[in-house]
Structure formats: structure tokens, C-alpha cells
Ligand binder design. Structure first.
Ligand code: PNS
Length: 164
């Protein structure tokens, strides 16, 4: 039984993230989506809001798959060990992601040598998609249709309406 952790900020969930989840469930017996704190980022959505969105989108899409969604504050490797995970999954879109991802993967390996990081590539048409750009576009009133699930588009509009 192989357990994979797919960690990230998911602020918010995009179709690129969903593409990676789809690939994970084909490969691993158990997939844990961990919504973690990234000290480099100030999130738009609270951790609980992000978790609610991920749950609402994923539950109907992957009904027979064991997916757990948890919010965790602390080191990713500690969380992975607690979950008995053998694998950490990270999506890589372009070569620009590689340096940061390699650094994290090697640091995580140093902290927990038994856990392997696996990089996955989303479909090419998501290679330019990021949560950051989605927030920027939506914040300026642009359309993010086709880039994020409908629910996320709705929540983004609500969030920016309440902020203005
Ligand atoms: O979606 P993101 O923001 O690129 O995800 C980054 C994340 C949350 C996976 C990373 O910042 C992380 O692992 N945070 C938890 C704290 C930790 O373990 N830091 C050391 C990483 S080597």
C-alpha cells in the first residue's frame, strides 16, 4: 500500500492541481492532500476556506478514491511520517519551477531519507497556470473560466467583492 502526500498552498485550487490529483490516484493507493503553510506567501483564502473548497470539488470527482484533505502547520516531512507516506508528490510546470522544487526535495530528503519526492507534469495546457496568476486576474475582474473549477471562480468573485 503506497501512500502519497500531495502538499501545497492550494490558494486557490486550480485545474492544474486537479490534473495532478488525477495522475496521483492512478498511481497510488492512498492520496493525502495536505494544505500547508508556505512562509513565503500571504494567502487570500484561510486554510479552512481552502480545505472546504478542495473537499467540495474533489469529493464528487473522485468518489471511490481514498483522498484525505488536511490542514497542517509544521514541517512537511513530519506530517508525511505521521501519515506513513512513502511519497511526496509535487507538480512541475516548467523549468522555472525546477530549482525551487529540487531544493525542497533535497532538503526534505535530508530531513527524512526514506521519503521519496516524485515530480509530475500536468497537461501542457496548464503549464502556464498558477494560483498566483488566477488571483491576479480575478482580482482585476478578468475571467478565470477553464483555469479553475466553477466553485473556485465563484469563491474568488465573492472574496474580491467582500474585499472591495
Ligand atoms: O503550493 P506551494 O506554496 O508551492 O507549496 C509549498 C509547500 C507548502 C509545500 C512548502 O512551503 C512546505 O512544505 N511547507 C511546509 C513547511 C516545510 O516543511 N518547510 C521546509 C521545506 S524544505
Amino acid at each position: 500500500m503506497t501512500t502519497a502526500i500531495y502538499p501545497g498552498s492550494f490558494d486557490p485550487l486550480t485545474n492544474g492541481h486537479l490534473d495532478i490529483v488525477e495522475r496521483c490516484v492512478r498511481l497510488f493507493d492512498r492520496v493525502v492532500i495536505a494544505i500547508l503553510t508556505n512562509s513565503q506567501k500571504t494567502p487570500l483564502f484561510s486554510a479552512d476556506e481552502r480545505k472546504a473548497i478542495v473537499r467540495e470539488v474533489l469529493t464528487p470527482q473522485f468518489p471511490r478514491v481514498e483522498i484525505e484533505i488536511e490542514v497542517f502547520h509544521g514541517l512537511l516531512v513530519d506530517y508525511a511520517q505521521r501519515k506513513n507516506a512513502q511519497v511526496i508528490v509535487r507538480g512541475i510546470r516548467a523549468v522555472t519551477d525546477y530549482e525551487y522544487e529540487l531544493q525542497m526535495a533535497l532538503m526534505n530528503r535530508r530531513l527524512a531519507p526514506a521519503i521519496e519526492t516524485v515530480f509530475m507534469m500536468p497537461a501542457e495546457h496548464y503549464s502556464y497556470l498558477s494560483s498566483r496568476l488566477v488571483k491576479e486576474i480575478s482580482g482585476h475582474g478578468g475571467s478565470v473560466s477553464g483555469l479553475v473549477p466553477d466553485l473556485v471562480e465563484k469563491r474568488l468573485k465573492q472574496k474580491f467583492e467582500t474585499q472591495s
